[in-house]
Design a protein around this ligand. Sequence first.
Ligand code: SF4
Length: 374
Amino acid sequence: MSGIYIHIPFCKQACYYCDFHFSTNMQNKQHMVEAMKKELILRKEYLIDDKIETLYFGGGTPSLLDQPALTSLIDTVKTHYQLDPEAEITLEANPDDLSMEKLKELKELGINRLSIGIQSFDDQILSYFNRAHDSQMARQSVADAQEVGIENISIDLIFGVPNQSLVQLKKDLKSALALQTPHISIYGLTIEEDTVFGRWERQNKLTPLDEELASQHLQLIMDRLENAGYEQYEISNFSLPGYRSRHNSSYWAGTHYLGIGPAAHSYDGDSRQFNIAHNAKYLKALAQDTFPAEKEILSREEKITEMILTQLRKKEGLSLKSLKGDLGYDLHKERGAKLKDFQEEGLTLCLDEILTLTQKGKLLCDWITEELIP
Ligand code: SF4
């Protein structure tokens, strides 16, 4: 079982917090699609013999692609890979792109999961983020998607916004829950250096939300969503029964995946490959039938770190047996004192060699991970 990720490196405008790879210059959109189709063909050996169970269009903004472009990409995957007829096919979309017509096209194309970048239902926050939509468009896009029959919808939200109060967050959560989408991803805002927010922070025009308050935000999110029947199957991801993201779940389970497009990553169990994060250089290389990527063979330490980092965030937790058996890292021996402290402080639980975070521990997930990795 494997997955394919296709990175669409274009956006209408730059959100002030975002450091993903994208360009607001759409001139090369068509060339880019052709180049990505070529990369799909050139790299088909990467997942040879593997059944593709998830196909994920991420970005950037995949909903900027028109129907012929998406059709040709999906057809290329179908022709050169073993795409499971039951595959989960996700497309990340922004509310401002989702007209009724567009949604019908996406459904006809076989997109069976939409991940809508709503981020907030507060118009002031949306404009502070420099998003291209408002809260009305956000609500409408979900209602329209449901009307055309796309039921597997996830919405993305951001919490921990500077000056965001708990009251504002409560309102956001109420609006999100009213839409009854089966999946909600909710991330704490991080201020990245190469963004407008990063610049504002350096100029003292922005102060990140106090850590204590950000923790209260996460606690509120966990309480509200759990009460509404959502399962927190990963720190930032909540789903109703049967609606976990298959793509992300396989990524966390260490499944192999192929990443296509500028800035996309691939993983084959032993190495990671990083495509160049530059649209023009990517296009130029593909025009010469090569793909510009850097390969990194993962060291044992990196594999251990990755396993602890991804597994501890999951509801199922970290198998200390696998960590020892597969990678020779005995956490009891290496970090026994820390494990004991965490347990005594009520931050972790260890049952049958499975280490999980308690609700209190989830608030300190990054710190706990740091303490356990080599
Ligand atoms: S958040 Fe999404 S829409 Fe905004 S700039 Fe980043 S990738 Fe583009």
